[in-house]
Design a protein around this ligand. Structure first.
Ligand SMILES: Cc1ncc(COP(=O)(O)O)c(C=O)c1O
Length: 393
């Protein structure tokens, strides 16, 4: 068989390797996941909404629908984007996607050619890096501090490198670092971007999970030049298995996405979209998101308090105001991949930071997830991890 050259570029997720190591040790407390807490899925409400939806809509919920998405679902998105994210758009700007993951793949397919350069924060989301890889692109990780992407470095790279075609960013509670960009940094970023011919992908799956601090507007809401393609997802506010997500961009982008999607999977799951609309009509999604935030705040605060108690003082901890992850950095020179086996032997798992760097890999970062573990596991696991780190730091 003669596979395409793209297959040579496909790389299995490094996280999968870690998960394999962890599953060989079923008793470890794992902070390695990136999953929401399933105890928060409102199953009774979902059951009632699904039953009512079938009674009301009957066979039409199981029929083919539009590639762009189910009309009433798109109407809901227009309303939520306007009230929650201050993004002004209409149905013309939207295309439903099977997870934001498909949004990333659609955008990569739409824009990228061999030799193009993609800029990301450093570190950044592995799924996005891997989605662009088959197209033979190069990556440059732009330095990122606690306020967001370094805009001076961004400006320098954009001025010197005409191969840059795309900038991919996660300004809210980033995966893996949990950081959120300040308002000033967002404005400065938009000023730099305005001067260059690049497309920006703003990936915002965690934006609604702000459990501390003040709301900061999305880049898309500041976008007067239609440079930003915004990706939204219901994975973290309803359930990831539903695969409800969407992209929002200028009408040309939304309709190109529709055309590509037609050849990939024709449409998103019709049943799921009709169900989601019924759920939002019958129940209060915003109240449900408040419940998620309250529990995640409690777990995050507990984890930070335990880290303060047990971690060596030369470990730098990033304190998130939302999302699902806490990032910490070991003293320079330590390698969190090398240290993982020792942590597993002690009884805890994490994701080593090196897999999140598209270039200029740094090895001392660690990602911890606080949403899937119980409070008891947080207390026990962080103590174990802290005691282990004290022996190596
Ligand atoms: C930054 C980021 N983007 C996208 C995704 C994927 O989201 P979805 O479930 O909508 O495909 C994730 C999932 O963890 C993520 O962290």
């Amino acid at each position: 068989m003669k596979f395409s050259t793209r297959m040579d570029r496909i790389k299995p997720s490094a996280i999968r390797d870690v998960q394999k190591k962890i599953s060989a040790k079923p008793d470890v407390i794992s902070f390695a996941a990136g999953l929401p807490d399933p105890a928060l899925f409102p199953l009774d409400d979902y059951k009632k909404a699904a039953d009512d939806m079938i009674d009301e809509k009957g066979a039409s919920a199981f029929q083919y629908g539009l590639t762009k998405g189910y009309g009433p679902m798109l109407d809901k998105l227009v309303g939520r984007l306007s009230t929650k994210e201050k993004i002004d758009c209409s149905k013309e700007n939207l295309c439903m996607t099977t997870g934001a993951t498909q949004g990333l793949a659609l955008i990569a397919n739409m824009f990228l050619d061999e030799g193009d350069v993609v800029l990301t924060e450093s570190p950044s989301y592995l799924g996005a890096i891997n989605a662009c890889r088959p197209y033979g692109v190069d990556y440059i990780g732009v330095a990122t501090d606690d306020d967001g992407m370094d805009v001076d470095e961004l400006e320098r790279i954009l001025s010197q490198n005409d191969k840059v075609k795309m900038v991919y960013v996660i300004p809210n509670f980033q995966n893996p670092t949990g950081k959120a960009w300040s308002l000033e940094r967002r404005k400065a970023f938009m000023n730099v971007i305005a001067k260059h011919d690049v497309v920006v992908v703003e990936d915002n799956p965690y934006g609604e999970l702000r459990f501390k601090g003040d709301f900061v507007p999305t880049l898309k809401s500041m976008d007067t030049q239609d440079k930003i393609i915004y990706l939204g997802s219901f994975s973290k506010i309803m359930a990831p298995g539903l695969r409800i997500a969407f992209l929002c961009g200028e009408p040309k982008i939304a309709s190109l996405a529709e055309e590509i999607k037609e050849t990939w999977d024709l449409q998103c799951n019709e049943y799921v979209q009709v169900f989601a609309v019924k759920y939002m009509d019958e129940f209060d999604l915003e109240a449900h998101v408040d419940k998620i935030k309250a529990l995640y705040l409690k777990k995050c605060d507990l984890m930070l308090a335990e880290m303060d108690k047990y971690f060596p003082s030369n470990v730098r901890i990033i304190r998130p105001e939302g999302g699902m992850f806490i990032w910490f950095e070991l003293p320079e020179g330590l390698d969190s991949t090398e240290l993982l086996q020792g942590a597993l032997d002690a009884g805890v798992a994490y994701i080593p930071g090196e897999s999140f760097y598209p270039s200029n890999v740094k090895k001392n970062g660690v990602r911890l997830n606080f949403t899937l573990v119980s409070e008891e596991q947080i207390e026990k696991g962080i103590k174990i991890l802290g005691e282990y780190l004290a022996t190596v730091c």
